[in-house]
Design a binder for this molecule. Structure first.
Ligand code: SAM
Length: 283
């Protein structure tokens, strides 16, 4: 009998992957976690039945959430990652010798444990000595952090339901702004606007960030296993413009080999289709 994983993207759209094996199922205090081995996308991790990461397309998400801010400010030394329990964001950050320290605040230890067991190519830097991994609520962590501490904050969160809800609030973003340095950058996964069920979260994140940061832009990437395959990230900054301040030559000199990101794509990823521009302008 064939086994299929199905995620409902809208009332009228389902996304399905043919599955070889159901490798793991566990329930934490926060969410249900499953690991499936699929034919097309390799291993897949779901939280409460929603795709978090697959071996085949994780490079797109992790390249875009890390290399975009890193190419804008090459002097980033101290980074805060909220969420990101699979380890992909930290893996990409660790490719920069200039980064001295990363605090990674993941609420759910089960996510990191499952990533270490089933996704070694993604979780490989969770134990890196430059990474301080804390199992805490990111909302509480930013409330209690001191002013002006970080060069970069990456919000690698789930959707705004369950434990991720507090990561889409004005008070959370206000604390992020406070604990960033004068030239700090914040990047978040900003959902998608293609299907109605994701639009509210996309708008919430963007409109709240705009009230707090002087410069807020949205950029895009193609991530096949996320709803609609068209995904957005937010870039919020106290000083840097993600295009005017991109020093492409400097980033290319680093010689970091990437599968998705390059500095031409960096510029193009901020060129949004009209329906996306209008969505955020009219919001
Ligand atoms: N790439 C993914 C996506 O866009 O679907 C996100 C993956 S990552 C696994 C999201 C992580 O955020 C999860 O491991 C979840 O436990 C964590 N998370 C959710 N709410 C959190 C909170 N309040 N504080 C810290 N981590 C949180």
């Amino acid at each position: 009998m064939e086994l299929w994983y199905t995620e409902q993207h809208t009332d009228n759209v389902n996304f399905s992957l043919k599955v070889k094996n159901h490798l793991f199922s566990g329930q934490s205090e926060f969410q249900k976690l499953d690991v499936l081995d699929t034919y097309e996308y390799g291993k897949l991790m779901t939280l409460d039945g929603l795709v978090m990461v697959t071996e085949k397309d994780e490079f797109v998400y992790h390249d875009m959430i890390v290399h975009v801010p890193m190419a804008v400010n090459p002097n980033i030394k101290n980074v805060l990652v909220i969420g990101g329990g699979d380890g992909g964001t930290v893996r990409e950050l660790m490719r920069y010798n200039s980064i001295e320290h990363v605090d990674m605040v993941e609420i759910d230890k089960l996510v990191c444990d499952a990533a270490k067991e089933f996704f070694p190519t993604i979780s490989c830097d969770l134990e890196n000595p430059r990474v301080n991994l804390l199992y805490e609520d990111g909302v509480k962590f930013v409330e209690e952090s001191e002013d002006g501490k970080y060069d970069l904050i990456i919000i690698d969160s789930t959707d705004p339901i369950g434990p991720g809800e507090g990561l889409f609030t004005t008070s959370f973003y206000t604390n992020c702004h406070r604990i960033l340095k004068e030239d700090g950058i914040l990047v978040n996964q900003n959902e998608s606007v293609f299907y109605e069920p994701n639009q509210d979260a996309a708008m919430k994140a963007n409109s709240k960030l705009k009230k707090i940061f002087p410069l807020v832009k949205v950029y895009q990437a193609c991530i096949p296993t996320y709803p609609s395959g068209y995904w957005l990230f937010g870039f919020a900054s106290k000083k840097y413009d993600p295009i005017k301040d991109l020093d492409a030559a400097k980033w290319n000199e680093l010689g970091i080999k990437t599968k998705y990101y390059n500095t031409d794509l960096h510029v193009g990823s901020f060129a949004l289709p009209n329906f996306v521009k209008e969505f955020f302008e009219n919001g």
